[in-house]
Ligand binder design. Structure first.
Ligand code: PHE
Length: 344
C-alpha cells in the first residue's frame, strides 16, 4: 500500500495540465470510478482493522492532496482562458455585411403606395390565379372579348364555365374589394399580372400594376382628374401637368388614357417622349354602372372612379431603362444600379 501511495504522489508531481480538457482527464485518472486514488480506497475497504488504522488518515490526506492539485490546475486553465479572451481585440471593426438593394419595380411600387396612402387609400391584395368571373365577367367584358382568348390570357383550367386563369390585371382585386368592403371604398391594388405576349424589349408576359378604386356618393370625373393630377405631381415633381385622352375599357365609362408632361425635356420633345412632350402612364375612368351592380352596389346612389398603371413602364421612365427584360433577368450589374435609389 505504501508503495502505491508513493506512486500516486510521484504521478501527481509529474502531472501537467494546460487546458480544461487536460484537467478533466486528470480528475478521471485519479478520482474517477476506476481512478488511481479510488482504487486505493477500494483496497482499503478489504483491509483488517489494524491496517485500516495505519492507512486511514494517509489515504484521506492523499485524496485531499490530489483534489487540491487538480483544483489548482483548474484555476490556472480558467485564467488562461480569460487571458486568451483579453488578447482578442474587441475594438476591431466587424465584418461588413453586404446589403442587397430593392428591385426598381419594388421601389416604384412603394412610392406609389406611399402617395395613395397619404390620400387615405388602403392597400388590397388578391390571388394571382383567379377565375374568369373576377377578371372579366364582373368587369363587364362581353363573352367573346379578345382578352378571353388563349392568345391573350394564360388559362390554368379551360373548358369550364368559370375557368381559372392568371389574372391579366389587378382589377380583379377591385372586384373582390367591392364584394367585401363597406362603402365608401378607397383602395389601391398592387400586384403581379400575366399576359400571353411575346417577350421583347417593350413587352413581357409578366409585369406589375397598381390599380386604384374609389367609390362613394357623388364621385365625379372632376374628382378623378384631381386625384390623378395630385398623384402625378407627387410622383414626377410639382411642375408636372397631365392630359387626358378619350379611351375605352369595358369596366369604365367614360374612359381615358393619362399622359404626364415629359420631365426629361419639359415639353420640348426628346427621344423618350418621342418628340411629343408627353408620356403615357395610366388608364382610368368612371366605374361602369354594370360593374357596380354586378358586385351588389347601388349604381343610382354610388359612383366611383378607377385607374391602373404599369410599374415597369413608370420605372422605365424614371430611370430610362430601355429594355423590359432587364427587370426579370436578375443581372447583378443592373440590380446594383438601384442600391442608392432608396434608403434601406
Ligand atoms: N385594368 C386596366 C388594364 O389593365 C387598367 C385600368 C384600370 C383602366 C382601371 C381603367 C380603370 O389595362
Amino acid at each position: 500500500m505504501k508503495e502505491e501511495i508513493q506512486k500516486v504522489l510521484a504521478d501527481l508531481s509529474e502531472l501537467r495540465c494546460q487546458t480544461r480538457k487536460d484537467v478533466e482527464e486528470a480528475r478521471i485518472r485519479f478520482l474517477g470510478k476506476k481512478g488511481e486514488v479510488t482504487k486505493l480506497f477500494d483496497e482499503f475497504r478489504t483491509m483488517d482493522k489494524e491496517m485500516k488504522k495505519e492507512f486511514g488518515k494517509t489515504l484521506n490526506d492523499l485524496k485531499q492532496t490530489v483534489q487540491n492539485r487538480i483544483e489548482e490546475f483548474k484555476n490556472q486553465a480558467a485564467s488562461e482562458d480569460s487571458t486568451q479572451a483579453a488578447a482578442q481585440d474587441l475594438t476591431m471593426p466587424g465584418d461588413a455585411i453586404a446589403l442587397g438593394s430593392r428591385h426598381p419595380v419594388s421601389i416604384v411600387r412603394q412610392e406609389i403606395v406611399d402617395i395613395f396612402r397619404k390620400f387615405g387609400y388602403d392597400v388590397a391584395e388578391g390571388p394571382e390565379i383567379e377565375d374568369d368571373y373576377h377578371v372579366f365577367e364582373a368587369l363587364n367584358f362581353p363573352p367573346n372579348h379578345p382578352a378571353r382568348d388563349m392568345q391573350d390570357t394564360f388559362f390554368v383550367s379551360a373548358g369550364h364555365p368559370n375557368p381559372l386563369l392568371l389574372r391579366t390585371h389587378t382589377s380583379s382585386v377591385q372586384v373582390r374589394a367591392m364584394e367585401t368592403m363597406k362603402l365608401p371604398i378607397r383602395v389601391i391594388c398592387p400586384g403581379r399580372v400575366f399576359r400571353n405576349e411575346a417577350i421583347s424589349a417593350r413587352a413581357h408576359c409578366i409585369f406589375h400594376q397598381v390599380e386604384g378604386l374609389y367609390i362613394d356618393e357623388n364621385v365625379t370625373f372632376a374628382d378623378l382628374k384631381q386625384a390623378i393630377l395630385l398623384f402625378a405631381r407627387e410622383m414626377f415633381g410639382p411642375d408636372t401637368e397631365i392630359r387626358m385622352r378619350p379611351s375605352f375599357f369595358p369596366f369604365t365609362e367614360p374612359s381615358a388614357e393619362v399622359d404626364v408632361s415629359c420631365n426629361i425635356c419639359h415639353g420640348k420633345g426628346c427621344n423618350i417622349c418621342k418628340g411629343t412632350g408627353w408620356l403615357e402612364i395610366l388608364g382610368c375612368g368612371m366605374v361602369d354602372p354594370n360593374v357596380l351592380e354586378a358586385s351588389g352596389i347601388d349604381s343610382k346612389k354610388y359612383s366611383g372612379f378607377a385607374f391602373g398603371m404599369g410599374l415597369e413602364r413608370i420605372a422605365m421612365l424614371k430611370w430610362r431603362v430601355n429594355d423590359l427584360r432587364h427587370y426579370f433577368e436578375n443581372d447583378m450589374r443592373f440590380l446594383r444600379e438601384f442600391s442608392s435609389a432608396v434608403e434601406v
